[in-house]
Design a protein around this ligand. Structure first.
Ligand SMILES: C[S@@+](CC[C@H](N)C(=O)[O-])C[C@H]1O[C@@H](n2cnc3c(N)ncnc32)[C@H](O)[C@@H]1O
Length: 565
């Protein structure tokens, strides 16, 4: 809506000029004030929460990974995860709506159309709020990957640079997800999209290598008593490879053609070799003299090439860390139709399950590079659940225990009819497709919900404490309630016990202590207190070996923090 400046009085005009003066002049700007989400008004009056949907839990075994499924708006899910998982998520993979204007994304309950003047502002408002919440969840070595295409790549990259920092950008990968190209386009037939990869802190982030394929292994075509190897010239190439830049690495090596021996000292019949390339340029060897002496007999070979003896270093298959990932991924397994849509068709035994799944292998491959076998992976635009599937496959491949957290809204019943059933099929296998065997893990299902804040802070705290056991289960990763009374819950999993004493009346807390004394293992107790400074530890003198934590002040503080994001 355009402002009628002539209708503004002097003070209003001065305010406007002051605002303009403090407005950012370079970088990404958008109409944040005019594109607020409807629920933002409720942020100060209600507290987002999770309610468990018991009948949808899938429990297989305590020793298996515990995965979470959250149905609801991801803004609320991320707010709650800020209590349960702040600083604990290793990897975030998301594939947000691409904002194509093709009735595929609703904002404030309406589709964002192609000709909407605020379409980029709406998308940026939507994404920035969620990315800011998501950032707080990452571990110090955490990595976030966002799939995106041409509609928003440029705005998203600026936004990610702003939120995560340009120096933490690990790379931009082009994925050929549609090798046939979109033929209905006016000009070029788009066949690719992108993955933007950012670290929370590039100093601590690591990136793995791809495993060698059989073809790669075959390229190590020579072999000695140690292993298969290929050869690379012993003359250094590239940066810092001239004699001038590293004179210590320029020295003669003597080769005896008869015995094949290499030496730093000349004997009769030896040929002198110098690091001079075919163009006659003086370069350097790859190693200094000490390393040469130590490795010359096993790690170097010498052959005559075009009449001149040349030295080669052995590149051993056993030393290979794998293949360094490149920035263009064009292999057929990244085709979203063949390995996304068709995967769903096979799992569900029907067509048109969901139009925009990613290739299972595009997600699996990026996760293979940035997860460890014990990582926790979050996808808060889970759609058809490809991320959960990919995490399960990775665990199957390497025996890992990665956990996943999937969050999706239920637009067009995607959560209830696609994401959850797919995840269940991945865990349990599919009767009608015997080649799809289950990859067992546990899954706990939640829906986002709200607690209305009461005008009295104490009243709100009491309400919160009574209902917070689900949040504490998720935070502690301890999911079985083994005792429930009017004053406390006791939860357990493996050798871990978590009590929640939620009653305002502290008289019955001894009863919880009696229950805890009956068991052995790691014990934590969350104790209700109205005192914002926490529980009075003098009351817990005889609770040795039990960790005592206060509720619900800490929960309230987190929500106050996130509602100001
Ligand atoms: C592009 S799809 C993700 C597809 C997914 N990567 C796959 O392979 O199936 C984006 C998904 O995010 C969901 N979504 C959009 N806005 C959301 C929100 N605010 N909260 C939670 N989910 C949302 C949509 O329903 C849609 O299913």
């Amino acid at each position: 809506m355009a402002i009628d400046y002539s209708a503004l009085d002097r003070d209003a005009l001065i305010d406007l000029v002051k605002k303009l003066d403090t407005t950012k002049k370079y970088g990404l700007v958008w109409e944040a004030d005019r594109t607020r989400e409807i629920f933002e008004n409720d942020l100060h009056t209600s507290i987002p929460f999770l309610t468990e949907v018991k009948k949808k839990h899938i429990f297989k075994d305590d020793a298996l990974p515990n995965n979470l499924f959250i149905e609801g708006d991801n803004y609320h899910a991320l707010s709650v995860l800020n209590y349960t998982h702040q600083g604990k998520i290793d990897v975030i993979y998301i594939d947000p709506p691409y904002n194509t204007g093709n009735k595929s994304w609703k904002y404030n309950n309406d589709y964002v159309e192609k000709d909407d003047n605020f379409k980029h502002s709406k998308w940026l408002s939507f994404m920035s709020k969620r990315l800011l919440l998501a950032k707080k969840l990452l571990t110090q070595s955490g990595v976030i990957v966002v799939a995106i295409d041409d509609y928003e790549i440029h705005t998203l990259r600026l936004l990610m640079d702003e939120i995560f920092g340009e120096r933490n950008r690990m790379g931009t990968i082009t994925v050929v997800h549609n090798p046939r190209g979109r033929n209905d386009e006016k000009f070029f037939a788009t066949s690719h999209e992108y993955l933007l990869v950012y670290a929370l802190n590039e100093e601590f982030a690591t990136l793995g290598h791809f495993k060698l394929t059989e073809e790669d292994i075959d390229s190590y075509s020579k072999s000695d008593g140690i292993s298969a190897f290929s050869e690379t010239p012993f003359i250094r190439t590239g940066n810092n490879s001239t004699r001038e830049s590293r004179p210590n690495l320029y020295y003669p090596i003597y080769f005896n053609e008869k015995s094949g021996a290499l030496s730093l000292t000349k004997s009769a019949g030896d040929v002198e070799l110098l690091p001079v390339n075919e163009a006659g340029e003086e370069k350097t060897w790859r190693w200094g003299k000490d390393t040469f002496e130590a490795k010359k007999d096993t790690e170097l070979t010498c052959r005559v090439v075009k009449g001149t003896p040349r030295l080669f270093k052995k590149r051993r298959v056993i030393d290979s860390k794998g293949k360094k990932p490149k920035t263009v991924w064009s292999e057929p397994r990244y085709d979203a139709s063949a390995h996304g849509i068709m995967v769903l068709q096979k799992l569900f035994g029907e067509k048109d399950v969901f139009p925009y799944p990613k290739s299972l292998y595009a997600v699996k491959d990026i996760l293979e590079l940035i997860t460890t076998p014990t990582s926790t992976v979050l996808d808060f635009f889970a759609g058809s659940g490809t991320t959960g599937h990919a995490v399960s496959l990775l665990n199957k491949d390497d025996g890992g225990s990665r956990q996943f957290i999937l969050c999706t809204d239920n637009e067009n019943n995607i959560a209830v009819d696609v994401c959850y059933p797919r995840t269940k099929k991945v865990i349990e296998g599919v009767d009608t497709a015997p080649d799809i065997t289950g990859i067992p893990s546990n899954l706990y299902y939640y829906q986002t919900s709200f607690i209305k804040k009461s005008p009295s802070v104490d009243e709100t705290k009491i309400q919160l404490a009574e209902k917070c056991n689900e949040l504490i289960k998720i935070r502690e990763g301890v999911f079985h309630t083994i005792k429930e009374t009017d004053d406390f819950y006791l939860m357990a999993q493996s050798d871990r016990y978590v009590g929640v004493y939620f009653s305002i009346d502290s008289n019955n807390i001894k009863k919880l202590k009696i229950e805890l004394d009956k068991v052995s293992g790691h014990k934590t107790v969350y104790v209700f207190t109205l005192d914002s400074f926490g529980v009075n530890m003098d009351d817990f003198d005889d609770w040795t070996g039990i960790e005592i934590l206060p509720i619900p002040q800490s929960i309230l503080e987190i929500f106050e923090g996130v509602s100001n994001v």
